[in-house]
Design a protein around this ligand. Structure first.
Ligand code: FE2
Length: 429
């Protein structure tokens, strides 16, 4: 039990240095050379491998005289098998630097490959307990420049690499501060041609990252760790993460529907890209909670869904959709713990809160979020992904395993609460 004597008073900021702006990819050669890397593994996926973004990056690296080998076999929504294959490539290649160009799947795969190439070990050694052994990473990894090409995951800013553990039917990952990329290079021109279905999925992921880190339990509700090295990388909401969370909620509320409706609306897409990076900084510092914990079960139990914009991929629920379908219901549940914060989030997202009191915060936030989901072609709750009441016990079992995330919620959900939230998430309109 946390008491005034034991409670945490300290928070830390260990954010990833950022280069942001149109044309940033053209400077990749300079940036990785400055980190003393000469033999570079360039991670991407098979779609992006033929695009001008990867061509620009390769040209920039070649101009700097670097030796580059491309790995384009990254799987969208990676699995334990695809992580192992990428790691084997990285071990064999004896690289001294990594560049990832793509969405969260590419950046996460690159983080894992860098880890196993730098500190070889059994695959499960570094995977989060209880699935894996959760061993700490022994030291710094090789330089990694992470270049997102979607306005969503914020993976360029975070210390996690997520994968689908197929035999266990659940998503899990590797989480350690050493996994943070050395630098994020965010070039908004990479999302000019992003299909609207992908804008929907990744943009809704941005919004939930921002609202989850804004509403994450306050860092002062934890105990001070026995020694500084044991302070968790996901610390709970704090004055620094609040800056990025709140601004990202505002930008997402202003730009997501516009970016979805008009692919030529560069102001909206650039704004969303910046929101994604801000939200990544915030949740990479504070953590996310119930919607993400639930998402791992939602995605892990459904391998038949084909989302708009992802028709060429193996059937799966894209990450952002698997998260946001739980979000309105989850925020209704968490609102009583910090109603004022939920009302502030609703207001920042664009809800009319003039006549509302904090008691209405959860409902106002859920309603505005559901509006944005409906306006951006998002499935109407987990029911639209094929789940019914009969699936709720299995979904609860999957979500309850995500203790690392659930402890970040401002209100602790037990299994009955999780079942109620899944039931509320079946349908929103
Ligand atoms: Fe996410």
């Amino acid at each position: 039990m946390t008491t005034p004597e034991t409670r945490e008073h300290i928070f830390t900021v260990e954010t990833v240095p950022l280069k942001y702006g149109r044309g940033a990819l053209r400077e990749l050669g300079h940036d990785i050379k400055a980190l003393n890397a000469r033999r570079i593994a360039l991670f991407t996926d098979r779609h992006l491998a033929t695009t001008e973004h990867v061509a620009i990056a390769r040209e920039a690296l070649a101009r700097a005289g670097l030796d580059v080998v491309v790995y384009d076999a990254v799987r969208v929504e990676p699995t334990d098998t695809s992580f192992r294959e990428a790691a084997a490539f990285a071990v064999d290649g004896r690289f001294d630097g990594f560049v990832s160009i793509g969405g969260g799947s590419v950046m996460d795969t690159c983080k894992a490959a860098n880890l196993y190439a730098t500190y070889p070990n059994d695959f499960l050694a570094y995977v989060n307990a209880p699935m894996g052994q959760g061993k700490p990473v022994p030291g710094p990894l090789k330089p990694h420049l992470a270049c997102p090409t979607t306005c969503g995951t914020g993976s360029e800013m975070t210390a996690t690499a997520i994968f689908d553990f197929v035999s266990e039917n659940v998503k899990t990952g590797i989480a350690h501060r050493a996994l943070k990329p050395t630098r994020a290079v965010v070039d908004p021109s990479t999302i000019d041609t992003l299909p609207t279905g992908v804008v929907c999925s990744t943009g809704l992921d941005v919004l939930t990252h921002a609202i989850e880190s804004w509403t994450a339990r306050d860092f002062r509700t934890r105990d001070t760790p026995a020694e500084p090295g044991l302070r968790p990388p996901y610390q709970g909401s704090n004055p620094w993460s609040d800056i990025g969370s709140m601004k990202a909620i505002e930008l997402g509320g202003r730009y997501l529907e516009r970016a979805y409706a008009d692919r030529a609306d560069t102001e909206a897409r650039d704004g969303l890209m910046f929101a994604s990076t801000l939200a990544g900084m915030a949740f990479g510092n504070a953590g996310v909670h119930i919607p993400h914990a639930m998402s791992y079960a939602v995605a892990g139990l459904n391998h038949r869904y084909v989302a708009t914009g992802y028709e060429d991929e193996t059937p799966m629920v894209p990450h952002g959709l698997s998260v946001v379908v739980n979000a309105p219901a989850a925020f209704r549940f968490t609102a009583p713990a910090c109603p004022e914060r939920h009302l502030q989030a609703a207001h920042a997202l664009g809800a009319d809160t003039r006549n509302l009191t904090p008691d209405h915060g959860g409902e106002a936030l859920a309603a505005r979020l559901a509006d944005i989901m409906r306006n951006t072609g998002c499935p109407n709750g987990i029911g639209a992904l094929g789940y019914t009441e009969a699936d709720i016990p299995a979904l609860v079992e999957g979500a309850a395993k995500q203790k690392r995330l659930l402890v970040q919620a401002p209100r602790d959900p037990d299994e009955t609460n999780l079942a109620d939230i899944f039931r509320d998430a079946l349908r929103y309109w």
